[in-house]
Design a protein around this ligand. Structure first.
Ligand code: HEM
Ligand code: HEM
Length: 199
């Protein structure tokens, strides 16, 4: 059973909630589903950039969700994840009180901002272009046939730039996770993988 202080969660950790020793099922589901979506997004975009349009990239891109679908899913799951992170903020594994702990914390907070801002400005542009955006048969962004310049400007200037920066930061984040596992041999990867047994 959980207590407000989190003191008892070492002895009776919840499967669903976070604890000071590891992330719970909900956090892990949100982390790994968004990780899959963003890595898929980056890999396919890199493929289009490096290999270009052709039968190979067209068949690869059919293996997973399309660009806008990924964005809508990341935005929805990202908002849920932010709410869940705030609700669990006193129970989560703490960051080290070192410079690298502070950098990890700032990087993770930036990830929240980017996973919401990048798709949000793209949807704002879809509205500003007047074209709207339809997904799964639902008109998620209304079609107005009227252009609104200020709504298109943020995505025109920043959508690709922020997304590639995010991709580079994610590569660094994955590198750090494996550095913890292989060099430091600590439990950082296991507390997100769900394989760390509570003390
Ligand atoms: C997780 C969310 C998203 C990520 C990481 C992402 C990433 C990217 C990247 C890396 C590019 C390529 C830029 C370049 O060619 O250099 C791009 C382009 C584009 N994306 Fe997204 N995107 C996301 C969501 C969305 C959504 C939800 C929409 C539409 C509703 C969208 C529409 C577009 C369009 C129209 C372009 C081509 C124009 C441009 O580069 O701004 N994206 N996106
Ligand atoms: C193979 C890919 C990935 C691996 C191996 C990985 C690994 C990890 C690990 C081990 C942690 C725990 C760190 C700690 O407790 O100090 C973590 C946390 C985190 N990761 Fe990843 N990660 C991956 C992909 C991603 C991606 C694509 C994102 C982009 C949103 C991301 C965002 C986060 C965030 C925000 C945290 C902090 C905990 C949270 O609020 O959920 N990760 N990751």
């Amino acid at each position: 059973m959980e207590t407000a202080s989190g003191a008892a969660d070492e002895k009776h950790p919840s499967l669903w909630l976070d604890s000071s020793a590891r992330y719970g099922l909900v956090s892990r589901f949100l982390h790994w589903s968004i990780a899959y979506l963003l890595i898929w997004q980056m890999v396919t975009l890199l493929g289009w950039r490096l290999i270009g349009d052709g039968p190979f990239m067209r068949s690869v891109s059919e293996l997973g969700p399309y660009h806008g679908t990924v964005g809508v899913l990341v935005l929805s799951l990202g908002v849920a994840r932010l709410v869940w992170a705030i609700a669990n903020r006193h129970r989560r594994p703490p960051y080290d009180r070192t410079v690298s702990g502070l950098i990890a914390r700032l990087a993770h907070e930036l990830f929240y901002a980017l996973m919401i801002a990048i798709p949000a400005i793209a949807l704002l542009r879809a509205y500003g272009k007047g074209r709207g955006y339809e997904q799964w048969g639902l008109q998620l962004v209304p079609k107005t046939d009227t252009e609104i310049a200020w709504m298109m400007a943020p995505a025109d200037a920043l959508h690709g730039l922020l997304a590639w920066t995010f991709g580079a930061l994610i590569a660094g984040h994955v590198g750090m996770a494996f550095w913890h596992r292989i060099v430091r041999r600590d439990g950082v990867l296991r507390r997100m993988a769900g394989t760390l047994k509570p003390a």
